[in-house]
Design a protein around this ligand. Sequence first.
Ligand SMILES: Nc1nc2c([nH]c(=O)n2[C@H]2C[C@H](O)[C@@H](COP(=O)(O)OP(=O)(O)OP(=O)(O)O)O2)c(=O)[nH]1
Length: 144
Amino acid sequence: MVIGDVVCAIIERDGRFLIARRPEGKHLARKWEFPGGKVEAGESEAAALDRELQEELGVRVEIIERLTPVEHSYPDRSLRLIAFRCRIVDGVPDAGEHEELRWIEIDEAGAYDFPEADLPILAEYRLKIAAVPPGAPDQLHKAD
Ligand SMILES: Nc1nc2c([nH]c(=O)n2[C@H]2C[C@H](O)[C@@H](COP(=O)(O)OP(=O)(O)OP(=O)(O)O)O2)c(=O)[nH]1
């Protein structure tokens, strides 16, 4: 089964980011993931992300950066996972249909069981924040 594009959010706050545990009984049950979901026909990636985050967490975000899309085939489905670094502009995340939410640091990610498609995303994200930690002053405007 090809399910197409899935968008997800790496929501950053104070050097941590939000992960959510998928509930029992769904694909990839009880794995930790980035909140998000399937892009519907005719929908833009940003619109899908906005819709999913309002539905799942009750928050609005602004996008900081789009990471490299990851194509992955699970035994029963294939998808393209597109992650966006984001920050919250409205609302407080509510677990909703997720089993649990947690704010973690990148160095803690190895202790959580993520879906396989997320592993290249975590690796890219780790490199990005090692280069420029979230919230670091804009290098372009640094005094000489
Ligand atoms: N939201 C999200 N989904 C992910 C991640 N990694 C990953 O492989 N996926 C997969 C799990 C699902 O197959 C798909 C996301 O779709 P979804 O969450 O809307 O769909 P679902 O499985 O809950 O719904 P359904 O198939 O029961 O209708 O992408 C991730 O980090 N976040």
